[in-house]
Write a protein that binds this ligand. Structure first.
Ligand SMILES: *[C@@H]1O[C@H](CO)[C@@H](O)[C@H](O)[C@H]1NC(C)=O
Length: 249
């Protein structure tokens, strides 16, 4: 098959762009000094204990990648680069906190840090180093058999103040805006990201509520996701509600 020069150029550009998207970036990673194996319950994302234990406890604090909370819930493949100790695969972590150490992009849970190693002994050696060279790339989050779930924050105060986080968002895009709508007369209001992954409103509409979530990709594409299920009229602080939708990956 003969390829014309223009189509060859397009092919090459496509190949370059495809490689670009999956290229690892060099950095450093440390781990939570006082943590038990998992992450922290009081992470800056506002995920609570979910932020410590999601993904089996393979979680991390991010510095710049935290992006004022937009980075909360993002997934990264992180692998250390010392070929003596480190596996090729590394570990996939979920961002649930903000933090930085000496030139680090990640502060991993102790468990995740050890899981970059080839063996148990190698994990002990890595942990003894404390801070290691790594490379990382954004990957899709995957939560088999889970829908995106609304967790009403404990600090919510029915019916005056509603705060919530979204759990189990698959894929590699960001939720950059959330609208809350009255299901009956379809009046919507844009919510504030008060901090981390926490969306709030001081005067939630009454009646059953439905969400709209704006999904934004790195390439600028945007789409609204509309849950199948509503938040019930008598929502309660601390409860979780299944949206009935998930993002295909
Ligand atoms: C996800 O939502 C669908 C409805 O859209 C439902 O049939 C399914 O049971 C839900 N999955 C889980 C794991 O809750």
């Amino acid at each position: 098959m003969a390829l014309s020069l223009p189509s060859l150029l397009i092919l090459l550009t496509t190949l370059l762009l495809t490689t670009e998207a999956t290229t690892f970036i060099h950095s450093r990673a440390a781990y939570y000094p006082n943590s038990d194996e998992h992450g922290t319950d009081v992470g800056a994302c506002g995920f609570g204990s979910f932020g410590a234990t999601i993904n089996g406890g393979d979680v991390s604090a991010a510095s710049d990648l935290y992006r004022n909370g937009v980075g909360c819930g993002d997934c990264y493949q992180v692998r250390c680069t010392n070929s003596h100790y480190c596996s090729d695969k590394g570990v996939t972590v979920v961002i649930t906190d903000q933090g930085s150490g000496p030139n680090t992009d990640f502060i991993l849970s102790r468990r995740a840090f050890g899981r970059m190693a080839q063996t148990k002994d190698a994990a002990a050696s890595l942990l003894a180093l404390g801070v290691v060279d790594i490379e990382y790339r954004r990957v899709s989050c995957s939560y088999p058999n889970k829908n995106i779930t609304i967790k009403i924050d404990e600090n919510s105060n029915y019916p005056y103040y509603l705060a919530f986080v979204l759990w189990y968002q698959q894929g590699d895009k960001d939720i950059t805006a959330v609208q809350l709508c009255e299901t009956q007369n379809f009046v919507c209001k844009l919510l504030d990201r008060s901090y981390g992954a926490v969306w709030t409103t001081t005067s939630p509409p009454s009646g059953p509520l439905s969400l709209r979530m704006l999904l934004s990709g790195e390439d600028g594409d945007e789409s609204w996701i509309v849950p199948v299920n509503n938040i019930p009229e008598n929502w309660k602080a601390g409860e979780t509600y299944d949206t009935g939708v998930q993002i295909d990956i």
